[in-house]
Write a protein that binds this ligand. Sequence first.
Ligand code: WQD
Length: 358
Amino acid sequence: MCRLVLVTGAAGYIGSHCVLNLLSNNYEVVVIDNSSTSALINGQQLPESLRRVELLANNCVKEFIFGDLCNSDVINKMFKKYRFDAVVHLADLKNITESIEQPLDYYRNNMISIINLLDAMKRFEVFNLIFASSAVVYGKPKYLPLDELHPTGQSLTSSYAKSLYMTEQILQDLCTTDPKWTVVSLRMFNVVGAHNSADIGEHTTGVPKNLMPYITQVANEGRPELRVYGSDYDTPDGTGIRDYIHVEDVCDLILKALNKIISDNWSQWYAFNVANGSGHSVLEIIDIFEKKLAQKIPYVLVDRRPGDIGHSLADISLSKQIFNWEPKRDIHLMCESAMNWQKKHINGFDCIHQNVNQ
Ligand code: WQD
């Protein structure tokens, strides 16, 4: 039986990998994206990331809708046309630094989108939702590793984190007042890496804000050196520790969660950590790249970045237990796949058509 899912933000980094995984696992997918992160190139009908996904999957999305979730007419038209079994919401803007600089853009996009989406889902009686939340809702950790019982919404330092926290509150209230809803909030830690084909990956415009795309550009000699933000944290080598998770492991969990909420008799709100359960510091990541590439990665130690925390680490036992899920890709494969993507597509998706299998 083929199930039909709406994926929002489908042309983006996690979105494109998620669509590939769903198409490869007997789902039909309608995708919507405003292409703010993966531009439509040369008048294509599909964003480049999704064009490659269809080639890799040897399968097509049911429809790509070039539109913005802030426009409720666009959403209602979609729900009138299709009978969705579930929605995977991956359309939030997600850069912490950017959200500190442009709070209004983040509140407008992230809050209006979810309200419009939930209104349409209620109106058309689609009550299954997977929401891409983030570990940022935990704020400054009170204990480690972070489990799902850790308080949320305290000491949040960015409009990105606050918008995700507010969304989780809305979703919990919805599930409390109407038991028809089933919502799984996936609190993603640091999602990195790329599909093993290296034909899709994290497309960045301008100077990458995140560590992994930045370090691969230094390794590929696109940038002179890495600035290491903070070397005085309470960590073994003083640099920030994060719990990195491969994007394909994230998509495996999304698939398992979808299978469960569509087939099982679940109803209410659930939150789960999406991470590896192990932490690595910035200097450790640098060391991995230097050993793998047999080259030095030039870096300089500078002050902490505003809004950063020193140590983030997840307890993933609940996700493992409920979904029978286990991350399969370790930090070495995460770094290797990120590097392969950077080498093969130095300008990401901003390129003329290349033979995907090139
Ligand atoms: C990782 C470590 C930096 C860049 C991310 C996403 C956010 C959210 C949570 C999903 C930190 C250090 C970084 C650089 C550096 N993801 N760093 N030099 O800050 O944990 O947040 O994960 O919701 O969207 O931004 O990730 O990759 O920016 O930083 O030293 O040039 O690398 O200080 O310790 P972060 P990051």
